[in-house]
Design a protein around this ligand. Structure first.
Ligand code: NAP
Length: 474
């Protein structure tokens, strides 16, 4: 697919970009490898000031950077500004905490003075999606830059301007050449880069489709990988939930970023005592949205990112209805020609419905009625996906008990889902493996090298890898 900027509100084709050449790829990998060799011996603290400068640059240029996002993938300008500020906080967090997070860990051992040292792994390949074009990049860039892993990356075909703006900001913050290099790669070229012996790790955020292809290539070439994939996150309304809080949070949990968030609440699982009230309130909120120019502060629902995404969602809704679901509510179509999808609420989704347990990546809510909290947890777990989740319950403590029974990567109780630099992000099942952000995130592409030192050989009873009885047989 061609790398193109198409404004999904006006449908204007703004620019088409050339794909990377074989020479571009070779130059980028050579430069990244050279930098890795240098960084291998440089302390973390030599890099972290760049992250502070990058954070400041994101804050100083918030509106210009946000406008690129809104123009290219359609999100509300206010949400784009929020994304830029979140990026600044991620960069600051790793600038402040990377040294501490990457401190060697001493191990009490009879072998000698043992410690795990955290060294860079090498050049990484990142493949990123369009839904949060800067945030997805910052999630992988800031921690790995601090570690000392240079990155080459392929961004989504529909967000090339955002990809270039991010790369440019990193350069202007003073990162050395090779720290982060954007390449407009074809799928085949992604495979070539992964196969290259200089590349030591692969990180993808995207769908099962992209994840399967890239994880397969990483596996084939024995490269460590992390996969941040889709979700069909449950929003459980327990029997004792505070409905005022639920009604305030539920619509935002589905409609933020026009519903195109991996951790959007996609399945509302509501105990029967709250079901009617829940539906009534969700409908009121969905009916009240104002679709329009995403740059206009009065607009509350942005267009979807592309015509293709809108058509795919419509196909999923049509299939769900054909499969017996009820369209409890469908908003009037937008007056503009942009790629708007009218907010929709689906109910009566039976287990054999094609939508059951599946991700719908846009402003469509699936609402399920259950008799009690146990059934809610059971239904929440009845999917191939397990990325995030929200639980509303009478107390945080009780909600956390339900959360712990959910087969998923992250759950927020009695509050909105948020991604923050200090919190691990990632999923289980077909939502992927590995974590970004938090302590685990920064350790994803680290060589945890064990060093054991003594001043003279060890005379412990084991002598080597084998127990004494076998030792003499060798
Ligand atoms: P996608 O199709 O998998 O695309 C993501 C990235 O992978 C893009 O750069 C895409 O390039 C690339 N890609 C796709 N197929 C590829 C292949 N065969 N070889 C190499 N690269 C390939 O995902 P999407 O549908 O655009 O993004 C939305 C999905 O991402 C949703 O499922 C959402 O839940 C998930 N997501 C997950 C997280 C998380 O952290 N877990 C965060 C955000 C989004 P092209 O654009 O050129 O196709």
């Amino acid at each position: 697919m061609a790398y193109q900027t198409i404004n999904p509100y006006t449908n204007e084709l703004i620019q088409t970009y050339d794909e990377a050449t074989t020479e571009d790829i070779e130059t980028s990998l050579a430069q990244a490898q050279q930098l890795y060799k240098r960084w291998r011996n440089d302390p973390v603290g030599t890099r972290t000031p760049v992250l502070h400068r990058l954070a400041q640059l994101f804050r100083d240029e918030k509106d210009d950077l946000a406008k690129v996002l809104t123009t290219e993938m359609g999100k509300l300008f206010s949400e784009a500004q929020g994304e830029v500020l979140l990026c600044a906080s991620i960069a600051d967090y790793y600038a402040d905490h990377a040294e501490e997070l990457l401190m060697p860990r001493k191990i009490d051992s009879i072998a000698g003075e043992a410690q795990l040292e955290n060294h860079p792994l090498g050049v990484l390949m990142a493949v990123e999606p369009w839904n949060f074009p800067y945030y997805q990049m910052m999630r992988i860039f800031a921690p790995n830059f601090a570690v000392g892993d240079p990155i080459v990356y392929k961004h989504a075909a529909n967000t090339p301007a955002s990809a270039l703006a991010f790369e440019d900001a990193v350069k202007r913050a003073g990162a050395p050449d090779g720290s982060l290099t954007n390449l407009f790669l074809s799928y085949a070229q992604v495979g070539d880069v992964i196969a290259d012996s200089r590349v030591q790790g692969v990180a993808l955020t995207g769908s099962e489709r992209g994840g399967t292809a890239v994880a397969e290539a990483a596996g084939k070439h024995l490269k460590k990988s992390t996969m941040e994939l889709g979700g069909a996150d449950a929003f459980i309304v327990a029997h004792d939930a505070n409905m005022e809080q639920v009604n305030a949070i539920a619509p935002r949990a589905r409609l933020y970023n026009a519903g195109q968030v991996c951790t959007s609440s996609k399945r509302f699982i509501v105990t029967e005592n709250h079901y009617d009230e829940f539906l009534e309130n969700l409908k009121k909120s969905f009916a009240a949205v104002k679709m329009g120019d995403p740059m206009d502060p009065a607009t509350t629902l942005a267009p979807m990112n592309s015509k293709r995404a809108k058509e795919k969602l419509q196909e999923q809704v049509d299939a769900a209805l054909q499969g017996g679901a009820t369209a409890y509510f469908v908003h009037e179509p937008a007056e503009d020609d942009g790629q708007f999808f009218p907010p929709t609420i689906l109910t009566d989704i039976a287990k054999d419905n094609p939508a059951y347990g599946k991700e719908m990546f846009g402003p469509v809510a699936q609402v399920y009625k259950v008799k009690d909290d146990d059934e809610a947890v059971e239904l929440a777990n009845d999917t191939d996906l397990g990325l995030g989740g929200i639980v509303f319950a009478g107390t945080g403590e009780y909600g956390a008990q339900l959360a712990s029974r959910m087969e998923t990567g992250q759950v927020f109780v009695n509050t909105f889902f948020s991604s923050l630099p200090e919190l691990e992000f990632g999923g289980v099942k077909k939502s992927g493996f590995g974590r970004e952000l938090g302590h685990n995130g920064i350790m994803s592409f680290v060589n945890q090298e064990l060093v054991v030192k003594r001043d003279a050989p060890n005379d412990n009873e084991f002598g080597g890898l084998v127990a004494p009885a076998h030792y003499h047989d060798l």
